[in-house]
Design a protein around this ligand. Structure first.
Ligand SMILES: *[C@@H]1O[C@H](CO)[C@@H](O)[C@H](O)[C@H]1NC(C)=O
Ligand SMILES: *[C@@H]1O[C@H](CO)[C@@H](O)[C@H](O)[C@H]1NC(C)=O
Length: 360
């Protein structure tokens, strides 16, 4: 209910922007000495007609209209977040399907697309419109749907080679060269996990690992509820955090890695190979399970580091120059997509999209 007045307001803002744009165009037409007078009467009438018909044509102004077609329902509500949260202006984001004919981009969150395709748009696609496939899950955890494989123009995903890449985190320059102060630690190794399946590589690894070292475990997999507020402070209180991914896929490096890095805890990762992590951060900022021949060897090494402050602190040298910026899942994707569409109005299509994601 609360979203209705918000929508009206957005419509008004949009109309206002279009009118402003129209008057600005008129101003330029009549005052720019290089503009031919002969063109103006006919053109300005055509422009008026186009501008009034906002629901069936791409708007002539700089506002990018993005329609979220398959999307989690709880995200309804505040829709003007690109400006307020990311300083990206000129994005009109809506879940109102009446904007279909006008939308510059239509976003499909993969996990909400029905396997039978019955919840895809039935209307003809406007010639200028781009369909964007969005997915935050790994290929191992995403159902492949062959019938959608030649529908999209763009991909937005954590994969570095997607058209509009949005990773789970990024290393940015630190504000100044402050000395890193290690937060207080009262635990050696911790893990917070909810999704527990015996076939997961991380579960197999952990079952062997825990025989050799004490691990403080939290999350529903262990029946220990942890609130959002306690989440980061718990990670902070441990020297090492098990950043074990639920599947092993290229570039699939998630918040399980960026959370400990951002709070001053060393991540111990299980995921894609070490060199993949080194694409995003210095090699001595984390520990990779592949560096050890067995879970026991890893456990012995962590026990040693736990007793040697000097060796442990070396993991944080990068912190003098960089800090982690964590990405806001979905909300940030939408705004990055908006910016991308503003810069790319050319024809675009994907070749072999399904093979790209699921087969390599
Ligand atoms: C397609 O799948 C959805 C969700 O599984 C279901 O609700 C719907 O009835 C199906 N439609 C057809 C035409 O089979
Ligand atoms: C988007 O991709 C589809 C499917 O390949 C294609 O039919 C359509 O013309 C493309 N549109 C644009 C604007 O690139």
């Amino acid at each position: 209910m609360s979203s209705i007045p918000g929508h009206r307001k957005l419509h008004l803002v949009l109309l206002g922007t279009i009118l402003l744009g129209y008057f600005a165009c008129l101003f330029l037409l009549y005052y720019d000495p290089s503009t031919s007078w002969a063109l103006s009467p006919v053109n300005s009438r055509q422009q008026t007609e186009q501008s009034n018909d906002i629901v069936s044509n791409r708007s002539n102004d700089d506002v990018i209209t993005l329609l979220m077609w398959t999307w989690p329902s709880e995200k309804r509500g505040e829709l003007n977040w690109c400006s307020s949260r990311f300083n990206i202006e000129g994005c009109f984001i809506t879940q109102d399907r009446n904007f279909y004919n006008k939308a510059d981009g239509v976003i499909f969150l993969h996990q909400y697309i029905y396997k039978n395709g019955s919840n895809l748009p039935k209307l003809r696609r406007p010639v200028f419109q781009k369909w964007i496939w969005l997915n935050g899950e790994s290929p191992t955890r995403s159902v492949r749907i062959p019938m959608i494989e030649n529908l999209f123009n763009l991909t937005s995903n954590y994969r570095q080679d997607s058209k509009i890449p949005v990773p789970y985190g990024v290393l940015v320059p630190a504000d100044g060269k402050e000395e890193f102060v290690l937060p207080r630690k009262n635990k050696l190794v911790c893990w917070i996990v909810s999704n527990w399946k015996p076939i997961y590589a991380r579960v197999k690894y952990f079952n062997e690992f825990k025989k050799h070292i004490k691990v403080d475990t939290y999350g529903s997999a262990f029946g220990v509820h942890i609130s959002r507020k306690e989440y980061l402070s718990t990670i902070t209180s441990c020297k090492f955090y098990l950043g074990f991914e639920n599947s092993i896929d290229r570039d699939y490096i998630t918040e399980k890695f960026y959370n400990p890095l951002s709070v001053g805890t060393v991540p111990v990762v299980l995921g894609p190979p070490r060199h993949n992590y080194e694409n995003v951060i210095q090699g001595d900022a984390f520990i990779h399970v592949d560096d050890f021949s067995s879970p026991k060897e890893l456990a012995d090494h962590l026990l040693l580091l736990g007793k040697n402050e000097e060796m442990y602190l070396r993991f944080f040298e990068w912190k003098r120059y960089f800090k982690v910026r964590r990405i806001f899942f979905l909300t940030e994707h939408v705004c990055v997509i908006c910016e991308y569409l503003r810069k790319h109005k050319e024809y675009q299509t994907l070749s072999k999209f399904g093979e790209w994601y699921w087969e390599n």
